[in-house]
Design a binder for this molecule. Sequence first.
Ligand code: AVI
Length: 326
Amino acid sequence: MHAVSSTLSLPEAACTPVGSEVYRGLTSRPKTLCPWLFYDQRGSELFEAITELPEYYLTRTERAIFAEHGDEMIAAAAAESGPLTMIELGAGTATKTGLLLRAAIRSQGAVDYYPIDVSASALAAAEQHIAEGIPGVRIESRVGDYTQGIEPIPCEGRRLVLYIGSSIGNFEPADAVQVLREARRILAPGDHLLLGADRAKDASVLIPAYDDAAGVTADFNKNVLTRIHRELGADFNLRTFRHRARWNQEQSRIEMHLESLIAQTVSIPALHLEVRFARGETIHTENSYKFTPESIASIIERAGFALTRCWSDPRQWFGVYLATVV
Ligand code: AVI
């Protein structure tokens, strides 16, 4: 038994999304927490900082692929069937999307763009920088969790769903198929999906990308404990937990963990819960799957799309895949 005490009927806080996930995760063996818990205000800022780190090659590599091939991507998605409408899942502040929006404007003069994200503040920032910097974009933001279903998007020509940044890698493969199936539900034959996914590569590149020298990823990982302290009153001592990044070759994924450096018991008053940690025990906080062209093609195809084109960088570190609804 690792959760040493709890009440028979769950306290109210255990019924909120954060409370129920923390209760579930910290009473499981092994202990886990879902990665969506990272993204409170501070966690979102830390993630933005990660994307600028020298070791975190993903964002700049994908951006370079868009800069080089964005016009081809837009041309391939639009074919000759009228203007493209762009929809972005998990758009955040939409910083990289500008390259693709500009490519669409070069090709068709203006573009309708529907960014979807759980964070209203990120979408407000996206709207502001697009309105200021990219004339010709008609933007209609939608606040929501795209994994729970997507409202239909009106359009005259073809739709292009963008799912970039390798966010697909934070889902288990079966769940990744489900996420793409949700996207497919709002599309018609001839519409497209543009998917950015990180590639499997040597651990000597992957580990530093998730365990950087400046310790920003460590802060991002530990911020989940700060959030549980703030929202549920937990008395985690951050100095007794250490960030760990592991390459799991068999599963082709980077795993992030928080390792307890000592044997200890943490209490979470709002959940009426005491959680015992053995020395060296970890909370598994994130998986980041890394794909081969074959493994990502299988996910795309199981979701009901046919892969039509793919682009990569000179080192073949990151892939951008265009797929059409079958
Ligand atoms: C959001 N997601 C694609 C990031 C990734 O690379 O898996 C999250 C992240 N975790 C640690 N660093 C970045």
